[in-house]
Design a binder for this molecule. Structure first.
Ligand code: URA
Length: 226
């Protein structure tokens, strides 16, 4: 998350809270999220990319923000990072039908290359991630997953606080934070973002992928042991 961004943003309040309906199921939340103007990211993005999966899912995977493909297609994790995540989930033995996939931030943030058309992913600021948190909290209330997996620093810090370090605390079973649990007794496991595997040097990629799978196996184990 870029601190420079936060300083350069207008001092208006960023908060998705007023856009989140009190009583709505996942479909109702998805419809309401399509009109969210809780922070400025909606202005340049094509559309809101809400979570996907069943309200009965036992595992919730939380990424950072939609990428270029997700922004165009309106679905989370349909690009290269999503394909890698699908492979990792499969190797970890988690049934894809049991997964609800979402992101900490529901709009794609990007910059354009000078004179180019290519949109370059930009990490959301802490302020944008905090503004978007009411959507994640509402998804959690609807899905009540047994295990929540945060993928990478943005999702982990959005849920566990800015001092959380994925490198040090990944792959551990933790209780859901009080502020989100709402009485629920789920387990949280943090791991790296699948994009970190894609970005790894050739020599390190296999080990990075194995590490992601190992952390997902911890999540799968938490499911098994209830
Ligand atoms: N990266 C994410 O964090 N989420 C997506 O949906 C796609 C890529």
């Amino acid at each position: 998350m870029s601190e420079t961004d936060e300083r350069s943003e207008a001092p208006e309040a960023y908060d998705a809270g007023p856009f989140v309906p009190d009583r709505a199921d996942l479909d109702g939340l998805r419809r309401a999220a399509a009109g969210c103007h809780g922070c400025p990211l909606f202005r340049d993005a094509t559309q809101t990319v809400f979570g996907a999966g069943s309200a009965d899912a036992r595992v919730m995977l939380v990424g950072e923000e939609p990428g270029d493909q997700e922004d165009r297609q309106g679905e989370p994790f349909v690009g290269p990072a999503g394909r890698l995540l699908t492979r990792a989930v499969d190797e970890a033995g988690i049934d894809p039908a049991q997964i609800y996939l979402t992101n900490a931030v529901k709009h794609f943030k990007f910059t354009r290359q000078e004179r180019g058309k290519r949109r370059i992913h930009k990490a959301p600021s802490l302020r944008e991630a905090s503004a978007c948190k009411p959507w994640l909290a509402a998804e959690l209330r609807q899905v009540e997953p047994e295990v929540l997996v945060t993928l990478g620093a943005t999702a982990s810090r959005a849920l566990l606080g800015s001092s959380f370090r994925v490198t040090r605390q990944r792959g551990l079973r933790m209780p859901l934070p009080e502020s989100l649990a709402d009485g629920a007794t789920g387990t949280l496991v943090a791991t790296i973002h699948p994009s970190a595997v894609l970005r790894a040097d050739d020599a390190d990629r296999e080990a990075a992928f194995a590490g992601l799978v190992a952390d997902l196996r911890v999540a799968a184990g938490a499911l098994d042991s209830g």
